[in-house]
Design a protein around this ligand. Structure first.
Ligand SMILES: Cc1ncc(COP(=O)(O)O)c(C=O)c1O
Length: 356
């Protein structure tokens, strides 16, 4: 067993949670910090300053996880909200290329710019790189697809985009937390924290490359985007942060109280270890269904019989998965065990076979 064994005691998952692609489960330090903050809130026993300190901690931990400078990371609440600022900054007539089954938080922000002459083209993920042309302004895609778990060929995409001067906007929501990611390869990396980063919903991060940041208008700026937040409560002039903090929106305090310990824990454990564990379990699941191994912590499989019947059998066995386009989507994270996988295989009529 690797060093993860001890860390796994930090969760209280009920057996059969195979749906981190929907939401991740909090490690105990995150849960405890949140309970403490809720108690403080209930009794009014503190100012909000200690809760807000969690936002800075979470920003720094996220920056370490994606190998970026904290000054390049903005905080917000949703991927769509953060990408809408980038989309609003595109010149009229921009052309945005997106995979055709992309999660819509990384599609609608571009599509709503149609009135300004921004055009969106969708192509199958496998054709994304080849579809990049000198007319492409932006390539926007998820590093790991939410519906299928497919890992995008992001090195090829980045290379093709750079060769024509197109911006690269990546959504890391299904990747950061288990797949090693270097945000500085991209112009933008947006990430929701409530899945693989195991935070409460309401915390999201966005890496913005310094050159791009200077070309975007921080259209959602309020007091929290001020250079000195404590001095930005009232009145003009506009005095925004010089760093990516000028793209911050006021943080949902309790989400960040839970986010900071969860991200710090992931950083301590190390993403390489998480990847080995998660993909190992995903491949145990695939092997039990006589399918070849893959490279993702999320798998999407056709199951014997119809998907609804399979969903019923899984539910009866206490296994919680996602159903996407008539297929079972199962996802595996730090707190997932071989027992969870075998529970699902038993329900699906698969065999329990250790994967080499
Ligand atoms: C790839 C991806 N991006 C983003 C989100 C969430 O987006 P938002 O934060 O806009 O709700 C999800 C949720 O399932 C997702 O799978």
């Amino acid at each position: 067993m690797n060093g993860l064994a001890d860390d796994r005691d930090l969760w209280d998952a009920q057996p059969g949670w195979l749906n981190t692609a929907s939401y991740g489960l909090p490690p105990r330090p995150a849960w405890d910090a949140l309970q403490e903050a809720l108690t403080q809130w209930r009794h009014g026993s503190t100012s909000w300053a200690p809760w807000d300190a969690s936002t800075g901690r979470a920003r720094r931990a996220f920056a370490r996880l994606v190998h970026a400078d904290p000054d390049a990371i903005a905080v917000g609440s949703t991927v769509s909200g953060m990408l809408s600022v980038v989309a609003a900054g595109l010149p009229t007539g921009s052309r945005v290329l997106v995979p055709e089954i992309e999660f819509t938080s990384n599609l609608f922000p571009w599509l709503v710019q149609a009135e300004r002459g921004v055009e969106v083209e969708t192509v199958p993920l496998a054709q994304l790189t080849a579809a990049i042309t000198p007319a492409t302004t932006v390539v926007a895609f998820s590093l790991v697809q939410s519906a299928t778990g497919e890992v995008a060929p992001y090195e090829d995409v980045v290379e093709a985009a750079r060769s024509v001067g197109a911006l690269v906007v990546a959504d890391g929501s299904q990747a950061v937390g288990w797949l090693p990611v270097d945000a500085t390869r991209f112009d933008v990396l947006a990430c929701a924290a409530y899945k693989w980063l195991m935070a409460p919903r309401g915390a999201a991060f966005c890496y913005l490359a310094p050159e791009l940041r200077d070309r975007l208008r921080p259209i959602a700026a309020g007091w929290y985007a001020g250079e000195d937040v404590g001095e930005a409560f009232y009145g003009p002039p506009l005095r925004l942060a010089r760093s990516a903090r000028r793209f911050d929106t006021s943080p949902a305090w309790f989400s960040y109280v839970g986010a900071a310990p969860a991200l710090e824990l992931l950083d301590t454990i190390g993403i390489d270890q998480v990847q080995v564990h998660n993909v190992g379990l995903a491949n145990r699941f695939l092997g039990g269904l006589d399918l070849p191994p893959g490279n993702s912590a999320i798998v999407s499989v056709e199951v014997p019989g119809d998907a609804a019947g399979a969903a019923g059998r899984l539910q009866a066995a206490g296994v919680r998965v996602g159903i996407r386009a008539g297929r079972v989507r199962a996802s595996f994270h730090l707190y997932t065990t071989e027992r969870d996988v075998d529970l699902a295989l038993d329900a699906l009529g698969g065999s329990r076979r250790p994967v080499a």
